[in-house]
Structure formats: C-alpha cells, structure tokens
Design a protein around this ligand. Structure first.
Ligand SMILES: [Zn+2]
Length: 674
C-alpha cells in the first residue's frame, strides 16, 4: 500500500472514530472546526484516489450496518451541508451556480443555521411514527420516544391537506438560558457539565430516560421537508417552509429571499451582529437555491448537495499552547522572536506560528514556554498571541531566554536601551541577512528575476556561490547545474531571467537596495524627484525634504545609508560590473487624491489592533501624509493606538488633534471626515 493510501485509510479511521464519539458516545473531543478540517483533508486526497477511497468507504458502511444503532434507514440520505468560513467562499458558490445555470435571476433562500442536533421526523397520515438522528446519513438512531416529549414537535398534524407520507428535517436545540440553568444545576450536584448547547441538546435528545429529555426543554426548528407519496408538489423551498409553519412547526425567525449577492452578504453581516442577542446559538446562515426544480437540476455531490452552502461565522479567538520560541534574523539584522504554537484551527486556518515582535511584547504578555495562550488574527490575517491563561500555568513553564549571539552568524547581538530592538550588526557577513537581502533585491517589486526563487537563492548562499547581488549577475549555467535539482534547460532559463532584469527603472533599483524605512512608494517619489542615480548619491537633507510626503524618519534613514562610502562604492561597482541599465520611463506624475491627511505632519504612538505599525505608516504615506518621529509645533495629527507613550501629553499641551485608531480606520476606508 502506498503512502497516500495509508494516509487516506488512517484519516478515514480517524474520522470514523470521531463520528463514533460524536454520534454514539456523545462525547466529541475535537471542535467542529477541527472536524471540518479533517473532512476537507480527506476530500482533497480523495480526488486522486477515488477507487481506493470507495473501497474503504464501503467496508466502513458494512461495519456500520452491523452496529445496532444504525438499523434505521433514512428515506433519503441525510447529507450535511458544505460550508465556508469565508465570504469569498460564498461568493464563489454564488457565482458558480449562476454560471452553471446561465441565469441571472436565480433566487436564493437564506435562513439561520441552528447549532443543534439534526433530527428527521416521519409522519404517516399526519401522525408522527418515527424520529431518527442523522447517524451516518444513511442510517440513523431511533429516538421516537424522546421526540414525543419535545414540546414543539406536533405528534399529530391537524390538517386535511397533509401528505400521506411526510418527512420533516430540522435541528433540535437548547436555548442558551436553559443551557446555563442546566450546567449551574450540574455543577451544584457534581454532575456532568456540557461544553456547549449542541452537546447538551444531543445528550438530552438521545437519553435512554425520556423523563430527562422532557425536563431539558428542547426545541425543534425545521428547515426541510420531503413529500414521499403524494401528488402535492411544491415549486420552491420557501413554499415548503410556509406549509411547515402553517402546520405548527418552528422555522428560522430570520429569512431572506433574494437573487442579489450584496443583499445576501448584508443579511449575513446583520445576523453576525445580532447573533449574541438571540436566545439560540447559531453558527452561521444557510443559503439554498430556492427553486426545487433547479435544486434537482444542480444535484448532489458525494457528501453534500451542490445547491446549498453554510456560511459560518468566524470564531475570533482560539486557545493554543506555546511550544517553543525561535529567533528569526531579518534583512536588516533585527532579531524577531517567533512563537511555535500547538497547531490550532482559527476561522478555518491552521495556525502554527505567531510573531512575538520583541522582548517588550513577551514581557507585557508575561509569556512562558508551555503556557496556554489565546490567539487571534490581526485584521483577520496575521496570527497573534492575545493573552496568556495564567491559571493554566503548570510546573513545566519555562522562562523565554533571548539569545546573546546571532542564531545565524554567531556574532554578539546588540540591544537598544529598552530592549525593543535586538540586532545582529554583522550586515553582509551574516549569512541570514545576506540571503534575505539578495532575495529582496530580486523580488517582485525590486529588480525581479522570474524563477530565481528564494529556494534557489538559499541554496546558492548556503553553498557559498553568492555573497552579494553582484555575484548573481556573474552566475552561469555551469554553476547552477552543480545544484542537484537543475537541468541545463531550467538553469538557462534562470540565467536569462537574471540577465533580463538588469534593465530596470531607477525607482525599482532604489527599492532593491533595501534601505531601512524606504518602501516602494518612497523609492518612486525619490526617483521621480531626482531623475538620476548620481543626483541621489549626492543629495542633501534640504533637497530630500522638498519631496512631498518624505518625513523625518525616511529622510534620515536615507541619508544615513548614503553617508557610508562603503555603500556608495558597492552601488557603483554593482552598476558597472553588473551592467545595470536604467530605462528612462517618462516622469510619472504621482497624483494623490486630496484627502484629510494630504500633506499633513503626522506622528504615531502606541500599538494598533488592525495594523502592524509599518503597514499603517505605508497607508498614511499613500494618502500623502508626512510621518515624523517627534511631536513639534508643526505636527497636525497624533494617531494613537493602545498604550500610547508620553507623546500624547505633549500633543495635548500643543493643542494637536489626537486621532484614535477607530477614526483612522474610517479615513483609510474613505468613510469619514473628522
Ligand atoms: Zn548574524
């Protein structure tokens, strides 16, 4: 059996085990997100190994059939829904359906996604004859007796038009209030405490003792019906729900029928905002194609119907554990501690690492190795440790020790006064800095040699074929072919691409030099202003300051770089021997639309929730703001994050306008004037 097959078998067994814990023992040990992740992983492997997959799947179904609990077969497979945690995932689904049906006016029906236990009710001639849990989707567990004691499940449907055989599907839920009461009672009486409303509902529904089911105050909310033996046919999902509601069933209190994508997304955002105020737990919304005829046309996949999707809410925080800390050397030698975390799912993404920024951050968090931590994602992207769960700290907690020597080149590290910066000053003598600098030099926004990837650069640097960007221009096919995984053809391609990137623009070249604080936008402004490299090499602070939007930080960093004769010599050598030529692009007039920050002197203090500091600075520069380090009479705005320094006192003494992060967010997203 090959590796992939073994892996599928292992994952499938694992899935089956978790199914068993969840459906049979009612004791899940992994979160929903982790379960979904497992399913997605299996599905991704399945595509390439479909035959093998079907083999093991059928063997598992046989196993299930023997199991007593699965003896009751559903009238039709009770599939779960495909889901996404991401609005983009929904947009893809939405457009896909429209594209497949070549129809612009497809109506979608949106309803709440109840966080409960799925239940199928079978009515014969209007009388409840059977209730099944989902089980494995084919066979469910019989809980008819329990269903009889759930208050809002009608045992008899008092309507003469009711179809002969009717199956109704929905979710059994426990209200948040009842859940809290139940757990409080359990704590007092030393009984089992449920981890969430869904587990509590499942445990209550499937209890052998129906008096317990009755006591637990469960509710049933339905979302689907199947008419099995009747001529009565509905055209739409919404009509069906209407009928169910008329028969006395509870349906989603919030619904939307629309073909408009924006309206559907707004419905999602609205529900996300009010969900905490609802009496029930919901974990997203469900969106279905409303027409039953179209549903049939679109059909079913292996696991899910293709005409419906659950758009789930992101959980913002997750608990993880700090396993160790490693230290990365940046391009400019700054050492950044990185937390290695116990792999944890957060809004559908597996988080394994998070930057710890600097020593101060670690002190502020009071973080130790082996601590339990709460993680989140800044701006929904960058993982970050939010806090430490001090109560969880055990004897194995270890202090985080900063290295004294550079992990790459072993030279003694420099600390600044308040330990915010720890830096390796070895520059190009430090292997890691060398590697990152060359990578930067040939990166997309710099000179960009296509195909000259960081992997190749690393190999060349580690094997000491290259020390500087200039060395790269001297590479040839023979040298590249010495690296194991290169053929002549691919080596030639890369050499060509390195040669081609010698024709570049002045602004790209300046950016490629990797001068601290000089980003893309600055490089372009400087190149446009001076027009030639020679003028730049001899510019003064006076001239630099004439350029719009170049603040103190940038100009002093820029001049500092060129104050070293060594740097100037290197640049001249690089241009001459590397045969770099500047293409004369027509002077581009960078037009910045006027806005509230345009040409304003701005100082920043504190930490920001939604941005890294550098990101914020770049955004402000983009809007034409001039960033300075210190408050002076010239300062127009002070932008304040959390834990601001004493700049805020200075600013208020000078009557300088103070802007909070929330306000600056609105400006950046063009919604606000202050
Ligand atoms: Zn170093």
């Amino acid at each position: 059996m090959n590796f992939i097959k073994k892996k599928i078998l292992y994952l499938y067994k694992l899935l089956h085990y978790h199914d068993y814990l969840y459906h049979v023992l009612n004791m899940p040990i992994i979160s929903d997100e982790e379960y979904d992740f497992l399913v997605k992983k299996i599905n991704s492997l399945k595509k390439k190994n479909i035959i093998f997959f079907n083999e093991i799947k059928s063997s598992f179904i046989k196993l299930n059939k023997i199991c007593d609990i699965y003896k009751n077969k559903h009238v039709k497979p009770m599939l779960s829904l495909d889901n996404t945690f991401d609005v983009n995932g929904y947009i893809k689904f939405h457009n896909n359906i429209k594209y497949c049906l070549k129809n612009k006016n497809i109506k979608f029906f949106c309803e709440l996604k109840f966080d409960g236990v799925a239940l199928s009710l079978l009515y014969r001639k209007g009388i409840l004859v059977r209730a099944l849990t989902r089980g494995d989707g084919i066979y469910g567990e019989d809980v008819t007796k329990n269903a009889y004691v759930i208050n809002n499940i009608p045992i008899v449907l008092n309507d003469s038009t009711v179809p002969e055989l009717l199956e109704i599907r929905g979710e059994v839920c426990m209200l948040k209030k009842d859940f809290n009461d139940l757990n409080n009672f359990s704590i007092k009486n030393n009984k089992k405490v449920f981890s969430n409303t869904r587990n509590a509902a499942a445990g209550s529904l499937r209890n052998q003792d129906i008096s317990i089911t009755k006591k637990r105050k469960l509710f049933f909310f339905c979302y689907e019906c199947n008419i099995i033996s009747d001529i009565k046919i509905f055209k739409n999902h919404s009509e069906q729900l209407n009928m169910l509601s008329n028969l006395g069933f509870c349906i989603s209190q919030y619904i939307l029928l629309s073909s408009n994508l924006n309206k559907i997304l707004n419905f999602y955002y609205l529900i996300n905002q009010i969900k905490d105020f609802l009496s029930l737990n919901i974990d997203g919304i469900v969106i279905k194609v409303n027409s039953l005829i179209l549903q049939k046309k679109i059909g079913y996949g292996n696991k899910f119907p293709k005409w419906a999707i659950a758009l789930k809410f992101n959980s913002k925080y997750a608990k993880s554990k700090l396993l160790s800390v490693t230290y990365q050397v940046g391009r400019t030698g700054i050492i950044t501690p990185v937390a290695n975390l116990f792999p944890t799912l957060l809004s559908g993404v597996m988080i394994k690492k998070a930057s710890l920024y600097n020593k101060n951050e670690i002190n502020k968090l009071n973080l130790f190795i082996n601590d339990s931590v709460i993680i989140h994602r800044i701006g929904n992207v960058i993982p970050k440790i939010k806090s430490v769960i001090i109560n969880d700290r055990m004897n194995d907690a270890k202090k985080i020790l900063f290295p004294k020597y550079c992990p790459s080149c072993n030279s003694l590290l420099y600390n600044n006064k308040n330990y915010t910066i720890i830096q390796c000053l070895a520059g190009n003598n430090c292997l890691e800095q060398r590697r990152k600098y060359i990578e930067h030099f040939f990166s997309k926004n710099a000179l960009y040699a296509e195909g000259f990837s960081s992997k190749i650069i690393s190999k060349l640097v580690f094997n000491k074929y290259i020390y500087t960007p200039l060395d790269c221009f001297k590479l040839n096919v023979q040298i590249l072919s010495k690296l194991k995984y290169f053929g002549i053809k691919s080596a030639t391609k890369i050499i060509n691409s390195i040669n081609n990137c010698k024709n570049t623009t002045l602004s790209k070249f300046i950016y490629a030099l990797g001068i601290p604080e000089i980003g893309l936008e600055h490089s372009e402004l400087i190149a446009n202003y001076f027009g030639s490299l020679n003028k730049i090499l001899h510019c003064s602070i006076y001239e630099l300051k004439k350029i719009k939007c170049i603040g103190d930080i940038c100009s002093s960093s820029f001049l500092n770089f060129f104050s070293y004769q060594r740097n100037i010599n290197n640049i001249n050598k690089l241009i001459k021997e590397g045969k770099i030529k500047f293409i004369n692009l027509k002077k581009k007039n960078i037009k910045i639309k006027k806005n509230i920050l345009f040409k304003k002197n701005i100082v920043i203090t504190g930490k920001f929730k939604n941005f890294l500091r550098k990101e914020l600075i770049n955004k402000l520069i983009h809007l034409g703001g001039i960033i300075s380090n210190n408050i002076s009479k010239k300062t127009n705005f002070l932008i304040v994050g959390s834990n601001p320094g004493n700049k805020i006192i200075k600013a208020s003494n000078l009557n300088i306008k103070i802007i909070l992060e929330e306000e600056i967010n609105k400006v950046l997203f063009k919604k606000h004037k202050f």
